[in-house]
Design a protein around this ligand. Structure first.
Ligand SMILES: [Fe+2]
Ligand SMILES: [Fe+2]
Length: 431
């Protein structure tokens, strides 16, 4: 499936002239900044497509952090482009570049993808930023220099992390050959288009993909071998039952929404750039909630790897429905229990758990706001479903509350609905 981007097509005939030796004209910089921000945006989406294939939680959490970092970088570049061009339009720099990014993302394994994407594409991207910095004029381009000096170390750190992950994985001979094969394909492809900046002459013909794709957006999600999945979300592990610790376990379980959210992030064609800026932060926040829970459980003396966590291997296919349920049910309906737990923690002197709940409430408020901002355009643009937000929520309630008599289903308020689906048997009395 070809990923589409809802932006104007634009073919540049002048790419070779974009990076001169001593200065770069404004019109060349507009194209260059547009190209770099396009690559960051695509990179964030492609990485999202591979998060469900990452087996270890540490890989999932780090990759989602990079998705957010890349979108933040892309947003800063977009602002600079707007200053230079007087408009915020993002265009596809060239058909060839778009195809390269799509094709080299279709690797046959997680590690093959990591090798091609980070050690070849991203290494070329770092070199491109450095080249750009090198030809900037210290006075004309001071704002750009400031920006590039902020971006380059971040991208280098991403590379270092990916290098470690790959280095550990290639100790297995089959993984080594699969990574090598994909890296060599990616390297040749980059030579074919003259690098990400397309400034060199093409040095070879277009290479043929050496393997069948496994991802992005694999048909099965990967999870760690050690994970005990034998639990449901509203059945708390016995050792926490009847205590406030249940809440910390619940934060730890938030890792289970990351893969589904990444399927949505990758699959949401035809949504504007700003949606991905918001949604990358949303995903990274959920990872932080997981990390907050894991940290607190460890401080309490538990080994989070020994605790059961609900997890599913199924991919998410109904992307819009997932986003609707996540924001207007899962998140909107979580505030009263979270607020009560926060007050109970503070009252009993457990400051870190109290802060965990309070920070989570802060984040959830913006997630619900994102949902309210994007649900209508998402349903309307992608499904031709022009219902208002109110009507979308009503439809969701009716779907979930099948067992209620029709009249009640139609009249129940969003708030009362939340009360009905709240977790049972929560205890706020004991730490
Ligand atoms: Fe959360
Ligand atoms: Fe959230």
């Amino acid at each position: 499936m070809l990923q589409k981007f809802e932006i104007e097509k634009f073919e540049s005939g002048e790419v070779q002239s974009q990076l001169r030796q001593y200065w770069v004209t404004v019109s060349d910089q507009i194209q260059l900044v547009n190209r770099l921000l396009f690559i960051e945006w695509v990179s964030s989406r492609v990485i999202a497509g591979w998060v469900p294939a990452a087996a270890e939680f540490e890989w999932k959490t780090q990759l989602t952090y990079y998705m957010w970092q890349n979108m933040t970088i892309a947003e800063k570049l977009r602002k600079r482009k707007e200053e230079l061009a007087g408009n915020a339009k993002i265009v596809i720099p060239s058909q060839k570049l778009e195809e390269l990014l799509q094709n080299v993302a279709r690797a046959d394994s997680f590690h093959a993808f990591m090798g091609g994407w980070f050690l070849e594409v991203q290494r070329d991207l770092v070199a491109s930023y450095e080249h750009y910095l090198y030809v900037c004029d210290p006075i004309f381009d001071a704002p750009t220099i400031e920006l590039l000096e902020e971006i380059i170390p971040k991208k280098r750190k991403q590379l270092e992390w990916a290098h470690k992950v790959i280095h550990n994985a290639v100790a297995v001979p089959e993984t080594l050959s699969s990574v090598e094969r994909w890296r060599s394909y990616t390297k040749k492809y980059l030579l074919y288009i003259g690098g990400l900046l397309e400034k060199e002459e093409s040095l070879c013909t277009q290479p043929v993909a050496p393997a069948e794709p496994y991802g992005p957006a694999p048909e099965k999600r990967s999870m760690p071998d050690w994970l005990d999945t034998n639990v449901k979300l509203d059945e708390f592990p016995e050792e926490f039952a009847g205590t406030l610790k249940t809440f910390m376990w619940h934060y730890a379980t938030e890792i289970q929404v990351i893969d589904p959210m990444c399927y949505v992030f990758y699959g949401m064609d035809d949504m504007p750039f700003e949606f991905f800026v918001d949604f990358s932060r949303h995903i990274w926040d959920e990872v932080r909630h997981h990390l907050m829970g894991v940290r607190r459980l460890e401080q309490m003396g538990y080994d989070p790897k020994k605790l059961p966590l609900p997890y599913d291997e199924k991919p998410v296919t109904e992307l819009e429905q997932y986003y609707l349920h996540l924001t207007m049910l899962g998140e909107t309906c979580s505030f009263s229990r979270k607020k009560k737990s926060m007050e109970a923690f503070y009252e009993k002197g457990d400051i870190i758990s109290g802060m965990t709940a309070e920070i989570d409430i802060v984040d959830e408020r913006s997630h619900v706001k994102f949902g309210k901002k994007w649900l209508e355009p998402m349903f309307s643009q992608r499904l031709g479903d022009h219902r208002t937000l109110e009507e979308l929520i009503r439809g969701m309630i009716e779907g979930v509350m099948q067992e209620l008599p029709e009249a009640e289903r139609k009249s129940i308020s969003h708030f009362a609905f939340c009360g009905r689906i709240e977790f049972k048997n929560l205890s706020y009395d004991r730490l």
